[in-house]
Ligand binder design. Structure first.
Ligand SMILES: NC(=O)c1ccc[n+]([C@@H]2O[C@H](COP(=O)([O-])OP(=O)(O)OC[C@H]3O[C@@H](n4cnc5c(N)ncnc54)[C@H](O)[C@@H]3O)[C@@H](O)[C@H]2O)c1
Ligand SMILES: [Zn+2]
Ligand SMILES: [Zn+2]
Length: 346
C-alpha cells in the first residue's frame, strides 16, 4: 500500500509499505476512505515529538471501512463504515475506567505517534471495539473526519474545561482548526460574547462567520488592552488558549476577570510559561489543562447528525491521497493558502 512516512525532522515521503495485519485478537484493519493532516503532524515533522521515530506512518484522524477483525472484536465486522478516534482506549485499565482514555495504559495517543497511523491506504486499530465508532446512515463522512480529533479537543479541552456558561463572555486565543472547533461547540452553551484572538485576519474573518461576536488581531502585541477595552475593563469569564506558545498563555492570564473563572489551556506547549501569581492570587481563577479523551465523540456525532453544528465549514481544501505531499505543503503554509483542514481522499 501507499503511506506517508516520517523520515526524521523535515523529512516525509510517500512510499510503498507492507499492508498492516491483525497482530492481536482485539485489532481491526481499516481501509481508509478519508483522512486529514493535523497541526500535531507538523509538530512531529519539526522534530518536536520524540516519541514518534523515523519510519512511522503519520496521521491520527480518518474514516474508513473495516477490512478485517481479530477474533475478540465483537462490535464491528468486515464492511462496517467507521470513524477512527485519535485516542486508542483499552476500556479496562485504571485510566480508561475513569474515562481518561488519553492516558490509557495500553493506548492513548499512539496512532501516527508510536504505532503506524492513518495517512495510508490501511491502518491497524488496536482495541477496535472501544477506539472506533460506527458511522450512522446518511451522515457526511467528510464532516466526520473532524470528529477524530479537533471537535472533541475544542469541546473537551476548551469549552468544558473553560466552563462556558449561558450569557458569559468567552475569549478564544488561536483561530486555527482547534480554536474554531471550540468556537463552534461553545455555541451549545450560548455565551453572550465570544472574542476571537489571532494574528491572521483571514482566520478572524472565518471566526466571525462561525459566530464570534468580536475579533482581535494580536500582531501589534496589544491583545490584552484590546480585549479589556471590548469588555469595559472587566475582562472575560472564560479564556481558551488554543495555540501553545507563552505569548498566548500570557494573553489569557491578562484578560481573565476575577471571580471563579477559568483558563483552559489546550495548546501543546513546548517551553515554560510565566505564572503571575503576584497578580492572580486574589483573582479566584482556575487553570485547567487536558489531553483530549474523546469521551464526547458519540455526543458530538449526534449533534452533527442533527445539524446542530456543521464541521464541513472547517474544510477548505481537498486532495487525492497520491497528492499528500502537496496537501502538506498547502497545510504548512496555511495563512498564505487560507487553509484550515485539508481532506485526503484515499
Ligand atoms: N490538548 C490536546 O489534546 C490537543 C489536541 C489536538 C491539538 N492540540 C493543540 O492545539 C493547538 C491548536 O491546534 P491547531 O491545529 O488549531 O493549530 P494551528 O497551528 O493551525 O493554529 C494556531 C493558530 O494560532 C495562531 N497564533 C500563532 N501565534 C499566535 C499568537 N502569538 N497570538 C495569537 N494567535 C497566534 C495562528 O495564526 C493560528 O491561526 C496546537 O498547539 C495543537 O498541537 C491539542
Ligand atoms: Zn491532531
Ligand atoms: Zn485503557
Amino acid at each position: 500500500m501507499k503511506a506517508l512516512i516520517y523520515g526524521g525532522p523535515g523529512k516525509t515521503t510517500l512510499e510503498e509499505h507492507p499492508d498492516p495485519v491483525v497482530l492481536k485478537e482485539t485489532d481491526a484493519i481499516v481501509k481508509i476512505v478519508k483522512t486529514t493532516i493535523c497541526g500535531t503532524d507538523l509538530h512531529i515533522i519539526k522534530g518536536d515529538v520524540p516519541t514518534c521515530t523515523p519510519g512511522r506512518i503519520l496521521g491520527h484522524e480518518g474514516v474508513g471501512v473495516v477490512h478485517a477483525v481479530g477474533p475478540a472484536v465483537t462490535a464491528f465486522k468486515t464492511g462496517d463504515r467507521v470513524l477512527i478516534s485519535c485516542i486508542t482506549a483499552c476500556s479496562k485499565c485504571e485510566y480508561c475506567k475513569k474515562g481518561m482514555y488519553s492516558h490509557c495504559a495500553f493506548g492513548g495517543w499512539i496512532l501516527g505517534n508510536t504505532i503506524d497511523g492513518t495517512q495510508a491506504e490501511y491502518v491497524r486499530i488496536p482495541h477496535a471495539d472501544t477506539s472506533l465508532y460506527p458511522i450512522p446512515q446518511g451522515v457526511d463522512e467528510e464532516a466526520l473526519v473532524m470528529l477524530s480529533d479537533i471537535l472533541p479537543t475544542g469541546f473537551e479541552c476548551g469549552v468544558l474545561n473553560a466552563k462556558v456558561e449561558p450569557g458569559c463572555t468567552l475569549a478564544i486565543v488561536g483561530a486555527g482548526p482547534v480554536g474554531l472547533a471550540a468556537l463552534l461547540t461553545a455555541q451549545f452553551y450560548s455565551p453572550a460574547r465570544t472574542i476571537m484572538v489571532d494574528l491572521d485576519d483571514n482566520r478572524l474573518k472565518v471566526a466571525k462567520k462561525f459566530g464570534a461576536t468580536d475579533t482581535v488581531n494580536s500582531m501589534d502585541g496589544k491583545a490584552i488592552e484590546k480585549v479589556m477595552l471590548l469588555t469595559n475593563g472587566r475582562g472575560v469569564d472564560a479564556a481558551i488558549e488554543a495555540v501553545g506558545v507563552p505569548a498566548t498563555y500570557s494573553i489569557c492570564e491578562g484578560i481573565i476577570a476575577p471571580g471563579g473563572n477559568n483558563i483552559a489551556v489546550l495548546g501543546v506547549h513546548g517551553v515554560k510559561v510565566d505564572l503571575h501569581l503576584e497578580r492572580l492570587w486574589s483573582h479566584n481563577i482556575t487553570l485547567r489543562t487536558r489531553l483530549v479523551d474523546t469521551v464526547t465523540t458519540s455526543m458530538l456525532l449526534r449533534t452533527v447528525q442533527a445539524r446542530r453544528i456543521d464541521p464541513m465549514c472547517l474544510i477548505t481544501h481537498r486532495f487525492k491521497f497520491n497528492d499528500i505531499l502537496q496537501a502538506y505543503d498547502t497545510f504548512s503554509n496555511a495563512a498564505a493558502n487560507h487553509a484550515l483542514k485539508v481532506i485526503l481522499e484515499v
